[in-house]
Design a protein around this ligand. Structure first.
Ligand code: HEM
Length: 495
């Protein structure tokens, strides 16, 4: 009966199995590939089932705009995964999983942490980390060695977020065996495996607590990097609470808005007027810090790796980018200013086009319908998931013009951007729940690009797989890394 819902709505889609729904379709195929296949077969909007849960997938821009932006109040929740905290009842819930009032409270505390002023203040800190990156790349450059640029960027973004997020000084660029890096890497690669526990969780979401208990028990039997990171983050939070240190990091901002649940969430003044509401608990704070670490490290390094792949295989685009960098920084680019970075147009076009070609976090661009409603003539029911079909959108020739498989930054000129519906480009999601860290990602990514392309030209190594092979987990990452070589500009050119 429940599985008739799409039929009744007149929405096409693959026939579901009574127990698995359509989950078995994803056993050998990634979500992002299957979604594109189904798009070709069923069109703009189709429905399928993850166990008993109905999922509506769409490239309908008006529908997406209503769900993600205009009627967000009815769609404030994300998809709940089978082995995750309970977003309403558990203590240690972070912003990514929170919903309703709790999400609003967490988000309003965190938003200012990524303001333009905060980003400008973080620029020197990020630049110091890029100094270390340059030292590593210089070694490869001197010897003309192949290297995996994905590995180097993971080390950069780990060091940056560890410092900007938690105030940690350790450097995985200087020490590749750094434990934070090692365990965070494992968290991400583990998500590319599809354990039985997850399948069971999707089929029987009602037994949520059982799956969590099993997950925790398994952690005692074999090492779980998430638990290690959680413990370490908690120690840092406790230490910082006692020390009263002030640092320019996200943890400092969050510590200043912490509250004791026993005293209630609102602070009142003498006349019982609420004076402060933007507060969060220690459990939320710890969960949030861990989220920053993983979200901040993974996505930015992968984006940078894809940019370097594209520049290696599109030398004419790389030359244009270098031309712009030389125009802004004729002598050296060792300390690019925040303002100059914001003004560089071609740099931004390359960044945007890379994320169009590989919207690596597409699997999370979804919302849960929180009440029955009709939108754009589609009757949506409570509990249904609405998923943006991001890859199908990003490869739609009607929206993007010339062959979408090609890397063409000119798709993002100001004029063409103005003509296009903003919902056509969704690498960071959209609406009030859009990626909170996108300014930091962009700033760090662009600073690394400016400094590296000022000094070096990137070429493919013999080991580089062209086209790149992807593997999907929580995000879509390069399967075998991104192997390149760098050639010193000017000096080598004049030889
Ligand atoms: C290029 C890099 C990045 C990409 C492609 C990316 C992508 C995304 C996407 C697609 C979402 C879901 C948005 C939605 O549902 O509408 C998201 C959410 C989020 N991202 Fe990012 N992200 C990046 C970098 C970062 C960084 C650097 C941080 C933090 C330091 C971060 C923290 C978060 C958080 C906390 C959320 C949850 C927001 C909420 O639910 O309110 N991300 N990101």
């Amino acid at each position: 009966e429940k599985m008739q819902v799409f039929g009744r709505m007149g929405i096409p889609g693959p026939g579901p199995h009574f127990l698995f729904g359509n989950l078995l379709s994803f056993f050998r195929k990634s979500f992002y590939i299957k979604y594109q296949e189904w798009y070709r077969e069923y069109g703009k909007t189709f429905g399928y089932f993850e166990g008993p849960t109905a999922v509506l997938v769409t490239t309908n821009l008006e529908l997406l705009h209503e769900v993600f932006v205009k009627q967000f109040k009815k769609f404030h929740a994300r998809k709940v995964f089978p082995v995750q905290v309970d977003p309403d009842r558990d203590e240690n819930v972070h912003m990514f999983f929170a919903r309703g009032e709790r999400w609003r409270r967490l988000r309003s505390i965190i938003n200012p942490a990524f303001s333009t002023t905060k980003m400008r203040n973080m620029t020197p800190m990020i630049n110091t980390r890029i100094d270390h990156l340059m030292e590593v790349v210089d070694t490869y450059g001197r010897n003309r060695d192949d290297f995996d640029v994905y590995d180097v960027f993971q080390r950069l973004t780990m060091d940056t977020i560890a410092q900007c997020g938690l105030g940690l000084e350790n450097s995985s660029l200087k020490n590749p065996d750094d434990c934070w890096l090692k365990h965070s890497r494992k968290v991400i690669t583990d998500t590319t495996k599809r354990p039985l526990l997850f399948l069971l969780g999707f089929i029987f979401p009602k037994f949520h607590e059982l799956w969590i208990t099993i997950y925790k028990l398994l952690g005692y039997l074999s090492f779980n990097p998430v638990f290690w990171l959680e413990k370490m983050v908690k120690e840092i939070v406790d230490r910082r609470k006692d020390s009263q240190e002030t640092k320019v990091d996200l943890l400092h901002l969050m510590l200043n808005s912490e509250y004791d649940p026993a005293t209630g969430i609102e602070e009142l003044d003498a006349t019982d007027k609420v004076v402060r509401k933007r507060l969060l608990t220690t459990e939320e704070l710890t969960a949030q810090s861990l989220l920053f670490l993983l979200a901040g490290y993974e996505t930015t390094s992968t984006t940078l790796a894809y940019i370097f792949y594209e520049m290696a295989v599109n030398p004419e685009v790389q030359a244009k980018l270098q031309e712009e960098i030389d125009r802004y920084f004729p002598d050296q680019a060792d300390n690019p200013s925040y303002e100059a970075i914001q003004r560089m147009e071609y740099l931004d076009m390359v960044w945007c086009e890379t994320l169009r070609k590989c919207p690596l976090a597409s699997t999370v661009v979804a919302r849960e319908c929180m009440e029955n409603c009709t939108i754009e003539g589609v009757k949506l029911t409570k509990g249904m998931l609405i998923h943006a079909n991001v890859w199908a959108l990003h490869y739609n020739a009607e929206l993007w013009g010339e062959d979408p498989d090609q890397f063409v930054p000119e798709r993002f000129t100001a004029e063409r951007k103005k003509m296009r519906n903003p919902m056509a480009w969704m690498p960071f999601g959209s609406g009030p729940r859009t990626c909170v860290g996108l300014r930091l990602a962009q700033l760090q990514g662009k600073m690394a690009m400016i400094r590296l392309f000022k000094k070096y030209t990137v070429v493919p190594s013999e080991k580089l797989s062209i086209p790149l092979k992807y593997v999907e987990g929580a995000t879509i990452i390069p399967k075998d890394g991104v192997s390149i070589r760098v050639i010193r500009r000017n000096i080598d050119a004049s030889r």
